[in-house]
Write a protein that binds this ligand. Sequence first.
Ligand SMILES: C[S@@+](CC[C@H](N)C(=O)[O-])C[C@H]1O[C@@H](n2cnc3c(N)ncnc32)[C@H](O)[C@@H]1O
Length: 284
Amino acid sequence: MSDEDLQEQRERLLDGWDAAAKGWGRQADRTRDSALAVSEWMIAHAELAPGQRVLELAAGPGDTGFMAARAITPGGTLISSDASAGMLEIAEERAAEQGVANVEFKQLQLEWIDLEAASVDVIMCRWGVMLTVDPAAALRECRRVLKPGGRCVLAVWDLAELNPFAVIPGAALVALGHAKPPVPGGPGMFALSAPGLLAEMLADAGFFDVVVEPVAISEYYSNVLDWLGQTRDRSHSFGKVWDQLSDGERQKLRDQMAEAASAFADGDGGFDVPGSVLVAAASA
Ligand SMILES: C[S@@+](CC[C@H](N)C(=O)[O-])C[C@H]1O[C@@H](n2cnc3c(N)ncnc32)[C@H](O)[C@@H]1O
């Protein structure tokens, strides 16, 4: 791909995130609760201490960083950042609601972190690096802005087959001919899910003491409509297709999802659907 094509791809992806910001805001409490084990792992491995300067990248609604903000008082500051201005607005609202005061907000792009070298103690990034056009560049940037001995804690999605909560809605669109199958390669949810890949990339970026392990999560949907609502809110591409479907097509989609998810049905109309996240910690 030419540099222009890569830049166009970045801009298109970012437009999608901006468009999804309000939906991520609507789903933020649910996301925080269903992925709490991931945030807790990241906090436990970040070696947080009062007075530190912590950078959250691709923060979205910001909740993982807000947990860290509490752990670095007194004297510590969180920089909550995202490439999307819309996401930053959501994070600012949530910080105010949660009474998190030791936080600054900054629009930052993972592949070019606009901060000085060796200027932060801890980097946190949940579900961001695999979305970039050049994740190796993003990890090198993380290494660059960390002080010597600083900690980097990340989360990326594990293999697609371990994440039916995310895969079933899109697969149903494909099965019904409303969408094309995802193109392998390229940025996306599962781009860094291959066994060993994240650890290798962290080592290549200059990190040491690299640890990567899976954390199981699950998400509960009271019925297929609830699941669809969550998916539309979080996925701009899914929402765009959904908006164009007729009532009959939407009903077929619901049926297709219910059938694909029958193994996760709770017998009461609800679905308890598993997911798996790769968490990583490393030192600079
Ligand atoms: C899947 S959401 C995760 C949000 C949040 N970290 C969480 O765990 O709930 C991905 C976030 O990454 C941001 N993002 C996507 N590409 C980015 C990039 N290249 N640089 C910085 N942020 C990016 C999006 O705007 C979005 O807020």
